[in-house]
Write a protein that binds this ligand. Sequence first.
Ligand SMILES: [Mn+2]
Length: 429
Amino acid sequence: MIKEREYRKRRKKIAKKLLNNSVVLLTSAKPKVRSNDTNYPYRQDSNFYYLTGFKEDNASLVFTKSGNKVKTILFVQKKDRQEELWNGKRLGEIEAKKRFLVDEIRVSSSLKESLEELCKDKENLYFDFSIEAPKIKKSLKRSFIAHYDISLLIKKMRLIKSKAEIKLIKKAIKITKKAHHSAMKFNKCTKGENELLAKIEYIFKKNGAYSDAYTSIVACGDSANTLHYIANNKDLKAKELILIDAGCEYEYYASDITRTIPTDGKFTKAQRELYELLLDTQEQVIKMIKPNILRSELQKKAEILLVDGMIKLGIMRGKREKLIKKLKHKKYYPHGIGHWMGLDVHDAAPYLDADKKEIALRKNMLLTIEPGIYISKDDKSVPKRFRGIGIRIEDDILVTKNSHKNLSAGIAKSVKEIEAKSYTCNSNL
Ligand SMILES: [Mn+2]
């Protein structure tokens, strides 16, 4: 768990970056309607959560800054017996005062009039442009000299993970590891992609991760060549590979893991050749990770290794430099090498600095490394034995002082490890 002191430390850090004579308004995520009077499960906005650790809806965080004086006020929902009967317990302002290390707690219903008072004499208004712009401008009667996007400051802070954050991510990965190992074990006695997915989600929930960090992908055979295949509803077929991209969210922190496993528990020769090329690529890229390396260098390395390998296997023809220059490899490896991960699976931290230069890796940044090879079943330019194979291998990597740590290294990945996990059962596919 992240302690209240840590949230206060984050708020103090943000406050230091604010201009004098400022007000900051951050609001909780709005509930999303699924249909009629039924909502999707509520999830707090990641930036709001980062500064408060508060999971309730209809809440706001306000900072005021004049000179060196900063005041933080958290607005929370009033206790309401009727509302709580239907929608669950609320903390309420009395308990909120005990818990949060903010200067003041007020009730959400007073936000509008409070803002009029708090904004008096202030010149600068900070808020999250992506969610609040039109509403804020309308609701505040007075105008400010300048508006700033507070989310940019928060997202930048989110690049570097604290000890407590890393601990939660490790826990999420630990649960996800169990889920992937269960899929490896039961692949032979599972009928459909949906059934395998259910096994994975069962493990997530059973272990206290009540949500996935993104919609899982369980894609057998050619389905894996649709990058965002989330239908997960086809039967598993013998002698095919299953690409499983699934990671749970634990206490708001993501894990993001992909493994590709054979339906029969054993790779065919062609599958193995492609798999080992990709695995070697992924491992070599991971080896490069240390402070000051750029993501684009990792991308380049992956492209070189994959193109060399694909030329060797007769999938691509020509000279490596020319093929890469003409982006020919994009047909088989169309996506990036990886992304930041944290409160969001694709963590909303920036990739470029203020000068539009690429941000280099630093200690306690966390990113995924996930090269892939996708060969459509209809691609006549590729030797037949490789058609209809899609493979991705993805791990979650923490940048350390001089090197890196693969936080998901414990999840079976080599051909030998994956084949050894497969459980023998009598049910035919
Ligand atoms: Mn990913």
